[in-house]
Design a protein around this ligand. Sequence first.
Ligand code: SF4
Ligand code: SF4
Length: 533
Amino acid sequence: MDFPWKIEWNSETCIRCGSCVATCTFGAIKPQLQRKSQTLSTGHLPNPVESSQIIMAIKQVNDPKSYCRGCSMCEKVCPTNSIRPIENEHNRFPLVARHGASPIKRGGRGHGMPHRVLDYIKVGRISQMTDPSLDAARHTFDILTPLGRGLPADELPLKIENGKLVANGWTPPIRWIYPVLIGDMSVGALSWRMWEALALAVAYLNEECGMPVRMSSGEGGMPSRLLKSEYLKYFIIQIASGHFGWNRIIKAMPEMVTDPAAILIKIGQGAKPGDGGLLPAEKVAPHIQAIRGVPKADLMSPPNHQGLYSIEESVQKMFLSMNAAFKFRVPVAIKVAASSTSVAVFNNLVRDPYHIVGGFFLDGIQGGTGAAHEVNLDHSGHPILSKLRDCYLAAVEQGKQGQIPLFVGGGFGDSGDLAADAFKAICLGANGVFSAKIWLQLAGCVGNEKGRCNACNTGHCPVGICTQDPRLVARLDVDAVAQNIVDYFLALDQELKKLMAPIGNSTLPVGRSDALVAMDKEIGERLNVAYAC
Ligand code: SF4
Ligand code: SF4
């Protein structure tokens, strides 16, 4: 067997209930009649007698289209622990998987990164006698961060009239939001139940917990009912190169009762920079066709926005049109993949004389939850931290730090400790972080970075997170997932305070790299963080 996972099945303990076969969404195992023979001598003298019986066996399917993903759902449902997937150390799947001249695709995990740089950084400056630490449990903390273009005092459109300070022109809109955002995952990439659970958690955090958490729609539009509801203010609407869903958004505009939190123009994404989004036809269910205004087909966004002839021209055009669409009341931000050229893009935005750029979202190689070609996932992209640092320090050099808030994503929370990851990124210059995979893990995703499952592109997600098959979507408990996400955010909020308090900050320590130490000399030098050993 050449596949990445082998099925280990115990004929003696199996009661042939069929649960494993029924639950496997990939068709990777099947029941099969098998003849079992034995030849035995039962007396004192050699007198071999052959006997045989027909048994029902569970067999692994030997077809690259239905290979086992190692998701362990069969193991979970088996009442007698008789079946489980084990990793095949002699896996030759990359050699057989391209039969039919089809490149390998998969869900967005892996990336072949040797290590997590965040794990080489610690919070090393603890105030104590130099300047007092705060009490994380009792002190009041201001954990909000701006989303929108900030102006320096001397550029604020103000004048003195009759001895009073009055507005004398347009001030760019700013929203004060929670610094940890729910990153871009579209309706379509996610099942409607998963998307609903996220939206429910966001609404609860805002309305009941006083935490202004924001969620990005991802590329693909939003349900009309949500667009026309007062909850729209908690959502960042994304526009990407495919413009999927924008017909509905524009149609809903006259009936919107509130503005969205922001508009996010996606130029690129960290998991597959230079490549557009991909929603396989299997996942383009009737409701997705309606929201996106498309027939059932593979939906591939172009790698570029049309008319992208120069950074300046295209970005200005997009910013102006999106600002104008919402009458300059809504911050408009841009999202690009981290790359060797990200600082050049950021510098162009920082120098924008019209002050229309409301945020810079930078996405690193370890991001991505959707479908992509494996060759892109594993072999293209750029780690996030060095680019975050370069952009922040470029702004500092120009005396313009904080004017365009920096939000970073790509692997934050992969270890489970999103608060620590976010805190370190903030100290390195981020105004906030966006994260996606962790919310899927909290919903029960069984995938991991070591190649388990990652079948998000197939439409057969075994736990109902990223499929549109009603039988599989039914496996997801919306309320339980929303509760998990709310609980995680509440714990994260306390953990952020537990890191802010020792360094003596009651506001977000944006750019306070003096609070960090690097455990690796080269990492320290690259990020301009003190090396400690
Ligand atoms: S591990 Fe998952 S894919 Fe493999 S046989 Fe079991 S249920 Fe099917
Ligand atoms: S469980 Fe679903 S969301 Fe998780 S990796 Fe598998 S297919 Fe993707």
